[in-house]
Design a binder for this molecule. Sequence first.
Ligand code: ATP
Length: 638
Amino acid sequence: MTTPLRANDQSAPPRERRNWKLRPFSAITLRRGPVQYWTAGAIVVAIVAAFLVWRFSPAMALSDTSIAYSEAAQVLSARQVSTLTVTNDGARLLLTLRTPRIVNGREIRTVEALAPARAISLADLERWGASGTIVRVVEPHASTTERLIQLGSLLLVLSLIVGYALHHRGALGTNRFAPSPASRHLTLRDVGGAREAQADLRDVIAYLKSPERFLTMGAHCPKGVLLVGPPGTGKTLLARAVAGEAGCPVIVAAGSDFNEMYVGIGSRRVRQLAKQARDAAPCIVFIDEFDSLGGRRGRPNRSGEEEVTLNQLLVEMDGMASNNGVVWMAATNREDMLDPAVRRPGRFDRVVEVPLPTAADRLEILKIHAARSRLAPDVNLDRLSQLTVGHSGAELANLLNEAAIIAVQDTGDVITNAHVEQARDRILLGRVRSGMVINDQERRLIALHESGHAVVGMVACPEDKLHKITIEPRGRSLGAAHFSPESDRHLHPRHYLEGIIAKALGGRAAELVFLGRDAVTTGAGSDLVQATSIARRMVAEFGMSDTIGLVSADPQAQGGAPSGQLQGEIDTAIRALMTAQATRAEAIVQQHRDAVEALASALVEREVLTAEEAYAIAEAHGVHTGRATTTTESLATA
Ligand code: ATP
């Protein structure tokens, strides 16, 4: 779970941070204990081993002094050498003289000489051997410099291994799960909407507050609660709020905390977590992104180690008495991915749905977050909640946070409606790319494309209301005609979905009508992706194609791809649906050519058209938009 930079975040899990970079050097002292001794021991062993390798190498020892090869050949021929040691590449000779020499007042018996490449032959060796010299052939050994380099490399490798081991010893050995301190507790008042989920969780709160009441009745509290819902709907927040209401600590973990490449680490962490929970009981253990821990066993991409970790979790849950005061909570967006064993009674047997918020829920959430912000009176939260259909709690919090950041950058003391509008545009459409240069011809082309979307959308999909049209380059797009639903909808009729496809193809339709077949551009790429995806679901999942009929070809739901024949028929039906809506979009643009032209000209001139302005222009050119004339898209209070 990731949340963007928040101005008013009070729900982030408390974590002790060790920032070594910020500590003065003098403050970093070696700790006494097993890690220190282990390190020191490893370094000493490495140095001793390196020295022994260097000193007692079977290779030839260094001679006391060096002589020229010619002199060596001479003393050998003169039978003055008792022992000759030669490397098997013939490059080095070590000669032990029968009569010692005096060099610098020292008696020298062993001398060394370097021989030219291929200068010494077998015949030479045999000759010297026959003349009474004992000839020994040895492996070549490294020179002093080479030895030093080898020693250095050995030490470097050893220190790297030691460092790596120490690093991972710290990472793997420490306990990463800690109960949150009481000061960070949230309550259900911090959670907007999610009424059914809150109701479902009340008996967990009651149990954690006074488990003896449950014990007397012989009742068992659900041991595991699974929170299921789209991202950002407040599942983590709910778990923390339940703990806060019950006045007990919560231990937060993420499913990915248990995935390590080292064998046994995952199950070890599960045991650590369970021990922490038993020590802190009564408490809640919350595991976020649970699908990565509790995923279906036996799946092709699941490792044996992950399965062992999951088994360990199940064992720990089974091993805990049902009234020992530990409630396991887990959150996932992918309930279908979970292993059936996880959902067995006595494990995560209570499923609490946390859906996307309704309009009333959104208002509550906005009010909760607005209470921490300084909003100007012109911000109408009621209207904002209606304009944010499909937004999760996290997105709403992010919207107000973005507005707060914009207000700070604006050096204002309050967040105004204009800041909220800007934040909404930034989130929906992306940040304005002010440095991008677009020539006049392209500006007109983009304006025509977006006007095509707008007019086809007004006519073919009147259920969604235009929010604004812009040809400002933002994020990855060069322009946008942004529509949003006016109210929450739970079912989508076929004509609405067809309208959305036609709207998506309206940009290409405008290019075709105004510029001709050869001048169409790449601008429709993402429109085609969106339209095809809806068409595919209509045909293959929702039974909305007359030729395919009532059959589901959803590979996930059906456990595999449909047959080749059915897939071919689906593709044909999708193409037919897309072609029909493309023809419809083209016809609408032809019919309302003047309106598209007028909108495009206004866009080229003003760059951004509000919904009010766009509807007024379209209606003035004969488009029946089907909207009440009093409708306003502004977030401001009337
Ligand atoms: P994910 O599934 O991605 O892990 P989640 O469902 O666990 O997400 P949270 O982490 O609980 O979502 O929510 C993120 C933030 O969004 C919260 O810290 C909170 O600020 C805000 N938020 C989400 N839902 C609500 C809500 N119902 N009421 C108030 N704030 C909410």
